[in-house]
Design a protein around this ligand. Structure first.
Ligand SMILES: Nc1nc2c(ncn2[C@@H]2O[C@H](COP(=O)(O)OP(=O)(O)OP(=O)(O)O)[C@@H](O)[C@H]2O)c(=O)[nH]1
Ligand SMILES: [Mg+2]
Length: 399
């Protein structure tokens, strides 16, 4: 029966094969940030992934997939609905890391290189040489240097008690002399290679430092500052997504919604208006199935009809455009992308709400569902506007 409904809902717009093909294509173009992590073993790459995603190191380890001889890939939260990708380059520091193969396989798809260096590490010739090659290949791609393990320069004291660092003052005068000297040395070494330098100390809570995620906020702010604006979306809303208050199901549902909305936005970012409507609908249909599966729900025909009737793409496209123009005041290509993003977001959020209600034994009415959809449409439009128009600043960074 599901197959029948699916066909009815999709009409003859896209075959399953065609959808899979188009989605893969779009995924390649979608603004899903990809970070290239470069650093010697033990320099803090995994610690940064753990901090940014909230996922435990062991789980990250299991989620790695080999990418090239020297690098592995980690998709957050998973490769099904990726919101962020990390390429973790290993083998640095062992003689003869050659970034050529890594450059060939992912140079075009990474927006930011994140270099990790222990502040006391002075054997960096090889890293610097690789970094020069990487910079020469794409001088416009930003490179962020994270100087890690700060406390090793001042054994016995806790510099995380007060954060004196700012983006303007990378080496504050009040720091202990040894730390100042080490920082100064690394900053000079990477001059011209790093676009920003962020000193951090991501320690384990058991180590007993006042702030185990010392410098984490500054790291996030620097990443937001350097990323192309269209890629900031996920990062800005990550805190909400990984909120420990939410159940695993809800977090998976949220990331499925955000990921589908981002891909839908990409599908619509084409010069002709609404040229990719079929693919946007197909993305939404698949999102509905994905959400139902996440909540382990079987939909009845009546529920399905109600859902698609309210938030469904089958209602005239013209109406959707009119709705969108009320909340999004601009036209053209960006408006298409914004509309598809917000529309998919609202659809997903309305379904998400519906499934949660059903789980709790309450089947919402069409009016209630419509109300949630409208609210989420404004929210989706606001999310897009926020990332599209505002330059990132440290105040905006999620804390
Ligand atoms: N104190 C402190 N410890 C850190 C910091 N960054 C990493 N560590 C610790 O150093 C060890 C290695 O860190 P990882 O994040 O696993 O290093 P990595 O770069 O992923 O290392 P490989 O996976 O071997 O390439 C771990 O025990 C971390 O807890 C930091 O900034 N401060
Ligand atoms: Mg690691």
């Amino acid at each position: 029966m599901f197959e029948f409904l699916k066909q009815w809902w999709q009409g003859d717009s896209l075959s399953e094969d065609e959808y899979v093909r188009r989605r893969a294509q779009l995924l390649g173009k979608a603004p899903i940030p990809t970070f290239w992590l470069l650093g010697k073993t033990g320099s803090g790459k995994s610690s940064i992934i753990r901090y940014l995603t909230g996922v435990e190191s062991a789980e990250i380890g299991n989620g790695y997939r080999p990418q090239t001889k020297t690098s592995q890939r980690y998709d957050f939260p998973d490769s099904k609905d990726p919101l962020m990708t990390f390429l973790d380059t290993r083998g640095l520091g062992e003689a003869g890391y050659d970034p050529t193969e890594d450059l060939e396989s992912f140079s075009d798809s990474t927006q930011l290189v994140l270099v990790t260096v222990r502040v006391l590490d002075h054997a960096l010739d090889e890293l610097i040489a690789s970094l020069k090659t990487i910079r020469a290949a794409a001088p416009e791609r930003p490179i962020l240097l994270a100087l890690t393990c700060l406390h090793e320069t001042v054994p016995g004291s806790d510099i995380s008690e007060r954060d004196l660092f700012t983006s303007e003052v990378p080496v504050p005068g009040e720091l202990p002399d040894d730390l100042k000297r080490s920082l100064q040395h690394q900053i000079e070494l990477f001059a011209g290679l790093a676009d920003a330098v962020v000193p951090i100390d991501l320690t384990q809570p058991a180590e007993g430092f006042a702030h185990p995620n010392f410098g984490g906020d500054r790291l996030k702010a620097a990443i937001l500052e350097l990323l192309p604006s269209s890629y900031r979306q996920t990062l800005l809303h990550l805190e909400e997504l990984v909120s420990p208050l939410k159940s695993l199901q809800q977090r998976r549902a949220q990331s499925a919604i955000l990921s589908a909305s981002t891909i839908a936005g990409t599908a619509a970012a084409v010069p002709l208006p609404w040229v990719d409507i079929p693919v946007v609908f197909a993305i939404q249909t698949h999102l509905a199935y994905r959400l139902a599966a996440i909540y382990e729900l079987e939909l009845t025909t009546a529920q399905w009809a109600q859902l698609t009737g309210v938030a469904g793409g089958r209602i005239a496209v013209g109406m959707a455009v009119r709705e969108m123009l009320k909340v999004i005041p601009w036209v053209g290509m960006a408006a298409n992308a914004a509309a598809a993003f917000a529309y998919t977001f609202a659809t997903g959020m309305a379904w998400n709400w519906y499934f949660l209600e059903v789980k709790q034994g309450h089947v919402p009415s069409a009016d209630e569902l419509q109300k949630v959809f409208q609210e989420q449409l404004s929210r989706g439009a606001a999310l897009w506007k926020e990332t599209d128009q505002q330059p990132a600043s440290s105040e905006e960074a999620p804390s």
